[in-house]
Each structure stands twice: as structure tokens, then as C-alpha cells.
Design a protein around this ligand. Sequence first.
Ligand code: URA
Length: 211
Amino acid sequence: MRLSVIDHPLVAHKLTALRDASTDSPTFRRLADELVTLLAYEATREVRVEPHPVRTPVAPTTGVRLTSPKPIVVPILRAGLGMLDGMVRLLPTAEVGFLGMIRDETTLQATTYANRLPDDLSGRQCYVLDPMLATGGTLVAAVRYLLDRGADDVTALCLLAAPEGLEVVRSAFDEHAHVSVVTAAVDERLDEQGYIVPGLGDAGDRLYGVV
Ligand code: URA
């Protein structure tokens, strides 16, 4: 597994505003959206492209375009939805699949309650959107799900990660060179309820309210 922690003043600035408990939901959604686009720039560094001829107003030349099959973006419901627009702004031709996963707040185990994804993901590059890499259980289950369907390259975009969760993902995909995590920061630790400290609270609640 590869890890990229994005060291950039704009990323740190937006993340600080996201952490602030007084940031309201509309502002939180806008900041999350902007932050994802910055993470997406780094996360797509190895998106597959092929040579493509183009005629400029001056001369013919060769550029590149995304290859087929197109990449697939997979937000994990519900909080991952808050990252979708920011991601597809950078990859507008990507397909979008959905994984509904919920963690039991007592056992902290993740279970899948919904999925809308092709059965065959052979040769696909997948981008998983999950704002909080906390215990790692949800992300490991999601990445395994995609690899089992044939995906050969999976990159997770997380706003924040905890060292404990990163270790879980790292040991699950130790041998897998094509599993990557891109995050804005690695925080101190998890608390006893599985929240990232200092973190930003419950990402789903802060995006969409407590429902
Ligand atoms: N999920 C969240 O939304 N926040 C955390 O801190 C941990 C998991």
C-alpha cells in the first residue's frame, strides 16, 4: 500500500476550517468539495492516458486522453457523497458507482448495505471516496470488494486518517502495490468511540446534519 499525505498550505488552510466546530454545514460542504479537488489532483497522478492527436490553431501535435475503460469513482455512503462533486469535477468522464457501508458503533465492524457497481471491474482504476479513515474497517472492506471484482488499481481519497486505521489498511494490503491512500493529514489517534483525534467530528453529520 502506498500513502500520500498532501503537504500544501491551501490543503492545510481548508482542513483547519473544516476542523473548526463552528463551521456550519453549507460552509463545511463547500470546503470539503474544494479540498477533494486538491486531493484528486494528486490521487490521479497515475490515471491511465494514451496518446491522442490534436490540431491546434497553429499545428498538429500529439497530446493525451484518458484510456478506456474509464476510471470509476466510488463514494462510500453516506459521507463519501460529500466528496463526489469535487472528484468528478476533475474526472468528468469517470463512471460513478456506489457502496453503502455502515459501521456498528459498538463493534466498529463495517457491513455493506447497498451497492451499485459493475460485477466485473477487470482492468478498472477505482477511486474510493471516504472522508474519515478511522479504524480502517470500512476502507478495507470496500477495497477488498473492488479487488475481488477484478479492479487492478484502487486509490482511496480520505480527508483525514488515523494512524491506527492506516496500519489496518497497510497490513491488509501489504503486498498490493496498486492500493494507495491519499489524505490531507494523519492525525494523532482514535478515541474510545473510534473518532479521530483531533479530527473534525462526524463527517456525515457535519455535511448533512444529524439524521
Ligand atoms: N467517522 C467520522 O465521521 N469521524 C471520525 O472521527 C471517525 C469516523
